[in-house]
Design a protein around this ligand. Structure first.
Ligand code: NDP
Length: 297
């Protein structure tokens, strides 16, 4: 039997509609318009598309947003000075540093410059710590979007075995933390796999929920999936395909065609996890604006 396809775009549209309604009420209550600044360094074409989409999502909601673009050879201290200015700017509730940065820059030092209350990506050590303690804080957008997909689809996580493949700070580790947390969308038994994991196929075969975030095209085989399991494919990989219109196409980290024959529910690539990321960024920006304004409604 073929798996239910989880429509990330439809769920992201619902999240955005909810954020819009909440933001309109917040603006009416406080007179404060949420503001997001996206910092980009260098000419990475994929990053340029991402930052434009993030700004556009803000403008669509009627919010304040700007892109601050720096040449690849900008100094660390110049970007730091910009972050400090934004930390102090009352119009700005969210500061996002688009990654990756050019090699000469110290990414961690810059992320730590962002005021934790304006850290919409949830990458500041204070916010990483709060996530692991279960305290309110901005939570990385892609992991938050993955959890939202599961809850919106009514997929039970409590007591289930979730295998997260990938241990990055951006996806794998925060997804694992969220699934482990107490409450809705959490309470799972979580196992985090990585490139040194022995017998990945054997581990995945036991999983009720598989989150593949490894950046390896179609690495997770359909034959590894337990019948009826939920498969969340985070990977975005471009592979060459002479029959595709542009000579290439996007695939995830899971062998989709085979996995969908076995799984109970599965996210497609594109159209699964991807659309959730910007929707959750809007959610996080509004949450930061609310906390910074002392809005408790
Ligand atoms: P990273 O490269 O930072 O991390 C990849 C992780 O996968 C590492 O922990 C690595 O292990 C692990 N890994 C790599 N190969 C294997 C293997 N053969 N077996 C088991 N584990 C393996 O990637 P990210 O977390 O940043 O991103 C992962 C994927 O998700 C990428 O395709 C990226 O494009 C996509 N992505 C999608 C987003 C979206 O919005 N949909 C947002 C962010 C990312 P080790 O630590 O041992 O090296």
């Amino acid at each position: 039997m073929s798996a239910r396809i989880i429509d990330g775009k439809a769920i992201a549209d619902r999240v955005r509609a909810q954020v819009r309604a909440d933001a309109d009420a917040f603006i009416a209550r406080t007179g404060v318009t949420p503001g997001l600044i996206v910092l980009i360094v260098g000419e990475n074409p994929a990053s340029q598309v991402y930052v434009r989409n993030k700004r556009k999502a803000c403008l669509d909601l009627g919010w304040y947003s700007e892109i601050r673009a720096f040449p690849a050879e900008v100094s660390q201290s110049e970007v730091e000075a910009q972050i400090e200015a934004l930390n102090a700017d009352p119009r700005v509730h969210g500061i996002l540093l688009q990654l990756p940065l050019p090699r000469h820059m110290d990414e961690q030092a810059l992320l730590e410059r962002i005021r934790p209350e304006k850290d919409v990506d949830g990458f500041h050590p204070v916010n990483v710590g709060k996530l692991s303690l279960g305290l309110p804080a901005p939570i990385p957008c892609t992991p938050l979007g993955i959890q939202r997909l599961l809850t919106e689809e009514g997929i039970e996580t409590r007591g289930r075995l979730a295998v997260v493949i990938g241990r990055s700070n951006i996806v794998g580790k925060p997804v694992a933390q969220l699934l482990l947390r107490k409450g809705a969308g959490g309470d799972a038994t979580v196992c985090v796999a990585h490139s040194r994991t022995a017998d990945l196929p054997g581990l995945v075969r036991q999983a009720d929920i598989v989150v593949a975030a490894m950046g390896q095209p179609e690495f997770v085989k359909g034959a590894w999936i337990k019948p009826g399991a939920t498969v969340i494919d985070v990977g975005i990989n471009r592979i060459s395909d002479p029959s595709a219109p542009k000579g290439s196409r996007l695939v995830g980290d899971v062998e989709f065609a085979a996995a969908r024959e076995v799984a109970g529910a599965i996210t497609p690539v594109p159209g699964g996890v991807g659309p959730m990321t910007i929707a959750m960024l809007m959610h996080n920006t509004l949450e930061c604006a609310r906390r910074l304004s002392g809005d408790s409604a």
